[in-house]
Ligand binder design. Structure first.
Ligand code: NAP
Length: 220
């Protein structure tokens, strides 16, 4: 089982390091192949660099660690190769201006997950995961003790759920499903009540995550 990681920036690089530490094999790909090669060299024998096309073709699961605007370009280009793969989407509808001010790039009632899942071919197994913590928190929280940190995911697809749970565990976290594509907005930022930014920046353990998930749904 190999996971392709497309985009080796903050999220792609962090997840690649965690998966390698957890015994998984990864194929990393970047726009600039020398960046992917440098990461693969750092990660060791269970990692290799490839073109975006070859990485997707050679993997069972594909983490698209790209900004939403880039996903809108890359998914149509790679649609044929993504068919049949588990596709993991960490994207948030977020932008930063020159002063670092954050803004939302989609209407409040539209999630990045609804857009990304709709771009994929029918045979792809879509799951939203690995985007619920800020990248520095994701990097620092793997295999946390005494309680592992939880990572929420959302999917309507049983195959995608099984793979997401395996990869989240391998990365050093406890997985917790929030629902399907219709619920992806809850684990996106800004605005998602279960994203790290929606829980006052806290990094929840599994019990706290379960409470946040069910508690948030109870009537006031
Ligand atoms: N950063 C966070 O704290 C955080 C937290 C949660 C979720 N996310 C989400 O995760 C996604 C990635 O964020 P990030 O912070 O990791 O971004 P990033 O550090 O900017 O990395 C994105 C990477 O994608 C690469 N890329 C762009 N177009 C590509 C293409 N066509 N083929 C291959 N690689 C391409 C970029 O390469 P170039 O440098 O060559 O353009 C860059 O290395 C975003 O959707 C974001 O919303 C981010």
């Amino acid at each position: 089982m190999s996971t392709a990681i497309i985009g080796v920036g903050n999220i792609g690089g962090t997840v690649a390091r965690h998966l390698i530490a957890g015994g998984e094999s990864v194929i990393v790909a970047a726009r600039d192949e020398s960046q992917a090669k440098a990461l693969a060299d750092e990660l060791g024998p269970n990692a290799r660099a490839a073109s975006v096309e070859d990485a997707i073709t050679g993997a069972d699961a594909v983490l698209l660690a790209l900004w939403l605007d880039d996903l809108r370009e890359v998914i149509p280009q790679q649609a044929r190769r993504l068919d049949g793969k588990v596709v993991i989407d960490p994207s948030n509808p977020i932008a930063f201006d020159a002063s670092g001010q954050m803004s939302r790039t989609l209407p409040d009632d539209q999630s990045a997950g609804s857009i990304v899942s709709a771009l994929l071919p029918a045979g792809a197994h879509y799951v939203k995961a690995f985007g619920t913590l800020a990248a520095d928190a994701l990097a620092a929280s793997a295999n946390r003790e005494p309680q592992r940190a939880a990572l929420f995911y959302a999917t309507d697809d049983a195959t995608a759920a099984t793979t997401a749970e395996r990869l989240i565990r391998a990365a050093g976290f406890d997985p917790l499903k929030v629902g399907g594509v219709a619920d992806t907005g809850r684990i996106e930022a800004p605005g998602g009540d279960l994203h790290q930014f929606g829980v006052n920046g806290e990094i929840l353990d599994l019990e706290q995550a379960r409470t946040a998930l069910t508690g948030a749904k109870q009537p006031a």
